[in-house]
Design a protein around this ligand. Structure first.
Ligand code: 8YV
Length: 329
């Protein structure tokens, strides 16, 4: 008698590339969300019913309550390198594999960090708004004069793969002096490759012309930059956050920008995104983008494919490719 094995059921929590959905459908019974609805926590929990795997994004919270309601769940593959949407200890305790998408987005995200730094320091969007508003009637010597990027000092907080990508661009491409602070210091070889000098957080804040935030978000990194840290920065400095909302106290930053206690900021991430603190929307010296640092077409495709391959590999070979926890099989 031929035994027909049913495909494992998975949930794809947000819209993804149709070709990735197609390859998942070869292996799985897929419930997808190509309408890209934003589900509440209870809706996500409900949709997980009966699913043994899920592909999530940074907006989908996997916590103890969801896990408790879904004891059949075996793996959740995040389409993001950051995983602060996961309660990792709860997932490990529940025997659920967690995976993320490291490496594939490193260089693209570092490119965007530089894009935001350049736009912020050289006042690109502010001057474009001025031009589009029809206000440009003559050249003047200090029109939108900004901060220098080449040859200046960049301070990188968080020196993982993306931080190192920023450091290499800064040192080798723009002749910048690179200082960094991180939980652990890089090896001498890595420091030489990035031409980066390890300093204390206080020295970084005091001396950097541009402060770039690239660390993961956790309870320890919550409000790493608040009023006290902004007060330590140079009044001419710029601040760029491509890491996570919550690392910066957005209300304190808006006030510092309004009072010109620092020159400018470039933000791709926000404390309560997609809501943006209303004060940030009314200060001119801030460049705001909607969490798009990894958003080049090839990179987003590579992220989606890696998340899908984590699920496929887990169910066909018993092992995901880039797991964040170790679960006894
Ligand atoms: C994602 C990101 O776009 O990878 C990350 O950690 O922040 C972004 O690349 C976002 O989290 C969607 O999942």
């Amino acid at each position: 008698m031929v035994q027909i094995m049913s495909k494992p059921s998975i949930l794809v929590a947000r819209a993804i590339f149709p070709e990735v959905l197609q390859s998942l459908s070869q292996v799985f019974e897929v419930e997808s969300n190509q309408a890209d609805e934003v589900w509440s926590a209870s809706e996500l929990t409900r949709r997980m019913q009966g699913k043994v795997g899920a592909l999530t994004t940074g907006s989908d919270r996997i916590d103890a309550a969801l896990l408790q309601a879904n004891p059949q769940l075996k793996i959740v593959a995040n389409m993001a390198v950051g995983y602060n949407n996961f309660d990792l200890p709860a997932m490990t305790a529940a025997g659920v594999v967690a995976s993320n998408t490291p490496d594939v987005l490193t260089e693209t995200t570092a490119d965007f960090g530089f894009a935001l730094l350049m736009a912020t320091a050289r006042r690109v969007t502010e001057s474009e708004h001025y031009l589009r508003a029809g206000l440009w009637t003559k050249w003047s010597y200090d029109m939108f004069a900004g901060a220098e990027v080449h040859g200046s000092t960049i301070g990188i907080l968080g020196m993982g793969r993306i931080g190192q990508g920023i450091a290499r661009r800064a040192a080798h491409g723009f002749g910048m002096h690179v200082i960094y602070h991180n939980r652990s210091r890089l090896s001498a070889e890595m420091e030489a490759d990035c031409k980066a000098r390890y300093v204390s957080k206080a020295e970084l804040l005091n001396t950097a012309d541009h402060v770039m935030l690239v660390m993961p978000y956790s309870a320890e990194s919550h409000h790493t930059i608040g009023a006290a840290e902004l007060a330590q920065m140079k009044p001419t400095a710029t601040l760029v956050n491509i890491a996570r909302g919550g690392i910066v106290d957005d209300a304190a930053l808006a006030l510092a920008l309004r009072e010109k206690r620092i020159a400018a900021a470039g933000l791709d991430v926000f404390e309560d995104e997609p809501k943006v603190h209303p004060d940030l929307l009314t200060v001119p010296n801030v460049v705001l983008t909607p969490h798009i640092a990894s958003s080049s077409i090839p990179t987003r495709l590579a992220m989606a494919n890696l998340a899908a391959d984590n699920l496929i590999s887990f169910f066909t070979k018993g092992k995901s490719l880039t797991p964040l926890n170790t679960i006894a099989q």
